[in-house]
Design a protein around this ligand. Sequence first.
Ligand SMILES: [Ca+2]
Ligand SMILES: [Ca+2]
Ligand SMILES: [Ca+2]
Length: 148
Amino acid sequence: MKSLAIAACFALSATAGLAQAQSRHTSVPKADANATGNVTLQEYQSSREAFIMKADTNHDGTVSRAEWDAFAKAVRHDLDLGGVKGAELIGQGSWWTALDANKDNMVTHAEINALTAAKFAQYDLDKNHLISRAEAQQVREAAQAALH
Ligand SMILES: [Ca+2]
Ligand SMILES: [Ca+2]
Ligand SMILES: [Ca+2]
């Protein structure tokens, strides 16, 4: 029992930075780097790419399926510990399928940019090329509804 608790402590400290990255990059308003209340395409894309590229542990500029699986598992672990509902869904197959558009089992910068551009367009409900707090709120509510 004690060794289990110690193992959990190590897991927590090893991935604490990841948990912070997760909370910083998964909610749309936090991508608002200059705090104007609106998120530009560039802010959105660079924040998402920075988050996804944390999975590139061998720093070759692409994320392999093995790298992604290890990263997603660590993120899920953190979210589980934080009691976040739906944490088990983070990074599962559909995320990978969406990212790896050409199905070569590698995710490149170009693939991330293509996906984030599509997502941005989807979230920008009034098509003014900015994601406002109200739009971000609707996206969050839709994402939460999808988890139930
Ligand atoms: Ca890599
Ligand atoms: Ca690919
Ligand atoms: Ca908008």
